[in-house]
Design a protein around this ligand. Structure first.
Ligand code: CTP
Length: 422
């Protein structure tokens, strides 16, 4: 319920994408928001007010002279107390009105009279979207502080293909959640690992574990919502990439190690010491590294190039294992490292084992999963262990926990121009 107790005023203008706004009302409500709908007259040609009234459970307004509002000033009343005015779909005409401050119907007057933030999700034919006049208007409203969501590219209702499709309802809700999240990681770069690794034994078998990647993906998403630029190095998982997150897919621990070293701009010197690469650090080295992945500790020393056969009577194949590189230790041990956070799943003596693990890897914060059966679940319970104390984050959904964890970590980060305290 990431929009719990948010009041959203949803403006619907006259485009064919208005039919998707019915689904949008549902998704906003599913996220916990209360939705009040205002429609333009043209929008009512596509979907009836009754549809939105039934879905939102609130009266729908279309007319500036609506006498159902006590003071007969619907344009003022509607936005007072709203957390945001979201116009989806926003036609080319509506964006043009916004750009010029026109107020000739209830929705445009409400937009002008608002005290709350305004977000618009444009939807129009690709030619209309590409017109210099539309682009000028869009640039102008962005300059005026309006948040423009999308549009997407793809098939259009008119049969053409191109930019101008309204963003999908779920993606709009995701943007709204991001919009309302305090930007505690603004200007920060974050690198994370998530999921399991897979160490091949032969072309069809390997060593892996039950990590689903859900916690790591949820933290990547929460970091992005908090305003960070996020790189997620993911082991094998079918989870969708959180919006706005750069994802690098890997399979083995060695590949995960190499991808992380590159993302953190860490180079190994011939002497074996690790330092930050000057070439890549200039583009923005990470401020924060969070190792959530369940990395396989060992791999087969020499994976077979062909499938191992059972062969009756033959001795069982012996599997020789070698140690994988320790990614977290490598990042934490580099010169001038980012703030490093480790994860641990322990079956017993959580606090002592977690504290040991934190010290061994020399990281300022270790996050222990409380209860070792967290793999694949949608909820979790965490114990945050630092040098001095522990803090418990009680059982909650992984998204809610991820948000709380990111807030906690953000408060621990040194100011971006002071890396000496790491
Ligand atoms: N980790 C890592 N690279 C490895 C192994 C672990 O980056 N090769 C990271 C994990 O992502 C996690 C932390 O180190 O953040 C602790 O992982 P865990 O497997 O619990 O640590 P171990 O010290 O290997 O613990 P155990 O002996 O319990 O397996």
């Amino acid at each position: 319920m990431e929009l719990q107790s948010r009041r959203i005023l949803l403006g619907v203008t006259g485009g064919i994408a208005a039919y998707k706004s019915a689904e949008l009302v549902r998704e906003l409500q599913r996220a916990g928001a209360t939705v009040q709908v205002v429609m333009t007259r043209a929008a009512t040609e596509f979907v009836t007010p009754l549809t939105f009234q039934a879905l939102s459970g609130q009266p729908v307004f279309t007319d500036p002279w609506d006498l159902r509002v006590d003071n007969a000033m619907a344009h003022i009343e509607l936005t007072r107390g709203a957390d945001g005015l979201l116009v989806a779909p926003a036609t080319a005409d509506f964006v043009a009105k916004l750009a010029h401050g026109l107020a000739d119907d209830l929705l445009s007057t409400t937009a002008l009279a608002r005290e709350c933030p305004l977000l618009v999700a444009p939807a129009m034919n690709r030619q209309m979207w590409g017109q210099p006049a539309t682009q000028r208007n869009v640039a102008r409203v962005i300059e005026d502080g309006v948040t423009v969501l999308g549009p997407d590219s793809g098939d259009q209702a008119c049969g053409e293909v191109g930019a101008g499709r309204m963003m999908e309802p779920l993606a709009i809700v995701e943007e709204l959640v991001a919009f309302f999240t305090p930007k505690r990681l603004a200007g920060r770069r974050v690198v994370l690992t998530a999921g399991p690794t897979f160490e091949p034994i032969d072309p069809v078998r390997g060593i892996t574990n039950l990590s689903s990647g859900k916690m790591g993906f949820a933290i990547a998403r929460a970091c992005r919502h908090a305003g960070a630029e996020v790189t997620l190095v993911a082991g094998p998982t079918t989870l969708p990439t959180p919006a706005g997150v750069r994802r690098i897919d890997v399979s083995t621990a060695q590949q995960m190690h190499d991808a992380v070293m590159q993302a953190c701009a860490i180079e190994s010197s011939p002497a074996g010491t690790r330092s930050r690469s000057e070439a890549t650090t200039a583009q923005g080295r990470p401020d924060l590294f969070i190792a959530v992945a369940a990395v396989a500790d060992w791999r087969a020393a020499t994976p077979s190039g062909s499938k191992l056969k059972k062969r009756d009577g033959a001795t069982l194949p012996a599997l020789e294992l070698v140690l994988n590189p320790d990614i977290l230790a490598a990042v934490a041990g580099a010169t001038d490292p980012p703030f490093c956070v480790g994860f641990a799943a322990e079956s017993e003596d959580l606090e002592r084992n977690g504290q040991d693990k934190r010290r061994r890897r020399n990281v300022p914060l270790l996050v222990a999963n409380i209860g070792h059966q967290t793999f694949g679940r949608d909820d979790n319970e965490l114990l945050l262990i630092d040098e001095r104390a522990t803090r418990r984050l009680p059982r909650a959904g992984k998204h809610e926990l991820a948000r709380a964890l990111v807030e906690d970590i953000a408060a621990r980060l040194p100011p971006s121009n002071d890396r000496s305290r790491r």
